[in-house]
Design a protein around this ligand. Structure first.
Ligand SMILES: Cc1cc2nc3c(=O)[nH]c(=O)nc-3n(C[C@H](O)[C@H](O)[C@H](O)COP(=O)(O)O)c2cc1C
Length: 297
């Protein structure tokens, strides 16, 4: 599971008191693992999430724990995101990771089961005494924004320390993010609110912060394509590719994870023909040779 035992990290709520939007790497199944989190932290990402972890197998199986959750002392501040179908599993999982990280409850279906969501937040909050340990939620919006406002206000009362809002409904895929809805939520609660959806550059960070007044921003596809976006780069700098090679290889990343990240982050750096060759490479050494030959690393 986690390596190391005692950690000191910026206290979660201190992150939100700088007056600047907190820049966050979103939870991403298969992608926001330790090596990628270490990469984005080098490029001005303030806070990073694990991929979603299923809480009941995490609680029951040491093996699941070891394979799903790896961290190190520098991997801070960290949020572990748990999907749970009952409050007990979520609270058990929160208790296990409390010495290492903060937690978040997840599941699009929870939008339709608000009582379960409140119960999860309440139980996890009650179970872990440390006041610096936080429980947060990440949600999409309802068609009727009043429902989302009520859900957020009640989650706040139950102890949610902040709320991340993907500004789309659960049925929306590519529609524009609803900034007005995010603004309404921000104006309706006292805890920090994070905006998520289509943030791909520092200009997007400024734009959505100005429109919604949020305390932080969260990026998934944008930061996959350009892990240096929060440091102001418009596309992945070659140095960032080099950093990925160094970090991921030193942490023993699987070939699939190593290669997939490169496919995303180098997409804009390659011609179509190069991409076709690169995407079909099947070994770490072939990938390294390709990058050395084409990018003078
Ligand atoms: C590859 C991938 C994996 C994702 N996995 C998760 C996840 O584990 N938990 C979660 O809450 N959202 C997950 N999401 C959704 C993102 O966190 C985010 O809410 C969504 O992609 C919108 O943000 P974006 O426009 O910056 O991509 C995932 C998205 C992508 C692209």
């Amino acid at each position: 599971m986690a390596t190391g035992s005692t950690f000191q990290w910026t206290k979660p709520m201190e992150l939100f008191s700088s007056g600047k939007p907190v820049k966050i790497c979103a939870p991403m199944v298969r992608y926001s693992k330790l090596p990628f989190r270490m990469l984005v932290r080098k490029y001005d990402c303030d806070l990073a999430y694990t991929p979603m972890i299923i809480s009941d197998s995490f609680v029951k199986s040491l093996r699941a724990r070891d394979s799903d959750f790896t961290t190190c002392a520098e991997d801070r501040p960290l949020i572990v995101q748990f999907a749970a179908s009952c409050a007990d599993d979520f609270a058990d999982a929160a208790e296990i990771v409390a010495p290492w990280a903060m937690t978040e409850g997840y599941g699009a279906c929870l939008l339709g089961k608000p009582e379960l969501l409140y119960d999860m937040v309440r139980q996890a909050r009650d179970r872990v005494g440390d006041p610096d340990f936080t429980v947060s939620i990440k949600i999409r919006i309802h068609d009727d924004i009043r429902k989302t406002v009520e859900l957020c206000q009640r989650a706040e009362k139950c102890g949610a320390a902040w709320i991340s809002v993907h500004g789309r409904t659960k049925d929306q895929r590519c529609q524009p993010v609803n900034c007005e809805a995010i603004r309404t939520i921000k104006d309706s609660v006292s805890v920090p609110v994070i905006a998520n959806g289509d943030i791909k550059s520092l200009a997007d960070v400024d734009n959505i912060t100005e429109k919604t007044g949020v305390d932080g921003v969260m990026s998934a596809r944008g930061i996959l394509a350009n892990p240096a976006m929060y440091a102001g780069f418009d596309e992945t700098p070659v140095q960032c590719v080099k950093d990925w090679l160094d970090i991921s290889l030193s942490l023993g990343t699987s070939f699939q994870c190593f290669h997939h990240h490169l496919i995303y982050m180098m997409d804009k750096l390659m011609s179509r023909a190069e991409r076709r060759v690169f995407n079909s490479l099947a070994s770490t050494s072939a990938v390294i040779d390709f990058i050395r030959e084409n990018y003078s690393l």
